[in-house]
Design a protein around this ligand. Sequence first.
Ligand code: URA
Length: 280
Amino acid sequence: MNNDRDDRQHILGDLLAWVRQNESAGMEWFLDEGSAPVAETSTESVVEPSPKPSPEPDDPFLEICTQFIAQTLPLIESQPSPRPTGPASADKASLLAALKDEVLPCTACSLHETRNSTVFGAGNPDADVVFVGEAPGRDEDIQGEPFVGRSGKLLTKIMSAIGYGRDDVFICNILKCRPPNNRDPQADEVAACEPHLKRQLAILNPRVICCLGRVAAQTLLGTNVSLKRLRETVHFYEGIPVMATYHPAALLRNPNWKRETWNDVRKMRALVDALKSGES
Ligand code: URA
């Protein structure tokens, strides 16, 4: 019993240290036009994770974050179906590659008729975090990679602000093919594509899934609850904790949502770290 308490104290101590160290990294990102500082050597498409900034001790968010972790860890521990064991880390890359070969020629819905590319997803097969967006847009359809357009560049900066490079995480979408004119995914398209995502997430078995935007969150969680409410707490997909935040495209339209997004992703990063440190 006491050991559990000591462990929890230890995790919260680590978490507070991390949040303090990273606190000021996000400020410029959400207050200026909207980007975490880009390392001098980086190009447009390569953003280095932010260096650790100096501590910023008086942030009320520290308390919020600590409470979030203190409430969320017991919730995760009490889940009737815990996160599955998943495949061995060493096997994930080949399993994903085999799945990708199966998914690329998919003709399960009519979107294959208009696509240039099937956008399977990309990143680290053994990632702690999987970001799930809605569907490929024009740039993604052309390049065959997720989140490479304007909103993708912002996503790269959001990830950088919490210390992740694109190769640290895995990024994919609910739909693997672009809906014409970027319209919302239709129910039959989601139903046809869902088995791909399900198998993908079973292989990746991340510690946390981060849904980008209402459509991704509602679809993955099978709910009509608003994004505002979904952002308030952690949810579960096949035993894996799920958090939701704004879609980067929505942030480009509404920069005043960046501060909330910054808080969401800091909480998400803190949760990942707390879960990891609880396992070691
Ligand atoms: N928007 C998405 O939801 N996904 C992408 O891959 C690109 C833009």
